[in-house]
Every structure is written in C-alpha cells, then in structure tokens.
Write a protein that binds this ligand. Structure first.
Ligand code: FES
Length: 142
C-alpha cells in the first residue's frame, strides 16, 4: 500500500517537533529542585546521638549529617564537617581518628580537621558542638 511514505514523513516531523520540548524539560530541572541528594554540612544545630558513644581520644562519624565528632584526652568535644575540602565528596570512612575520602584518597585527622594525606590541602570546616542532656549537638548555632 502507499501508506508508508507519509507515515515515515510524519515520524520525522514529530521528531523535529519534540526537540524544543526536550530542551524545556531539561531547563525545568536545572534550577535546583529540593536539593536532597546534594551532600551538605548542617546549616543549623543537629542532634547527632548519645555523647557517651564518643570515648576520650576517639571519634565518631555521623554519615547522615556529614559530621565527625571527636573527644580530646581532656574530654572536650570537637566537630568538623566531613565534606572533603578537595572536591566536595562526603567522607564515609573513619579509621580510628582518621577520615578517609572515597573519591581521591585524601585523609584528615578527625581530632584537628587537618589534612593527613593529599590531594586535599585545606583542613575540614570546624563546627560548633555541645553536649545537651547527654546528646551531642553540632552545627552552626549549637
Ligand atoms: S574529593 Fe576527597 S579526595 Fe578528592
């Protein structure tokens, strides 16, 4: 039958018409949405867990909040953002008091925030931290 040529021409036309629609869909996604998948340091105080979980001279990594909290020999708490200062990956590994970035292998001291192993060169961002009724609270305003 002779239906085929016109059908294929219609397909071509429809394909061309779709292009601007795809462009619109793309730009509609761009402005940022809910941002839930972007790793970030707390923007306000967050309750992390029991203070008793952090031993003197030890550290604990709170992956869900991208925070590490350590306790010095004197019992004082310190908190740091675990967003790597090299290229922004969330650090997901704590070996003793050494944080290891999964992206390019930078290492940081969880008790000082300092770089132990490059490629990172900048220390981790320090956060305010306090103990509140046996709970550790860290982040701006804590
Ligand atoms: S982002 Fe952490 S080492 Fe590159």
């Amino acid at each position: 039958m002779s239906g085929r040529p016109s059908a294929s021409r219609r397909t071509v036309l429809r394909g061309a018409a779709l292009t601007p629609v795809a462009g619109l869909a793309l730009s509609a996604c761009a402005p940022g949405g809910d941002g839930a998948s972007v790793a970030a340091t707390p923007t306000g105080p967050v309750e992390l867990g029991a203070e008793s979980e952090i031993a003197k001279g030890g550290a604990k990594l709170y992956r869900d909040h991208n925070v590490v909290v350590s306790r010095g020999a004197d019992g004082a708490l310190k908190a740091f953002s675990t967003i790597c200062t090299h290229a922004g990956c969330p650090i997901n590994k704590l070996q003793g008091t050494t944080l290891v970035c999964p992206c390019h292998g930078s290492q940081f001291d969880a008790t000082t925030g300092k770089v132990v192993q490059s490629p990172a060169t900048e220390p981790l961002q320090e956060l305010a931290v306090r103990a509140d009724n046996g709970k550790v609270v860290a982040g701006p305003g804590a």
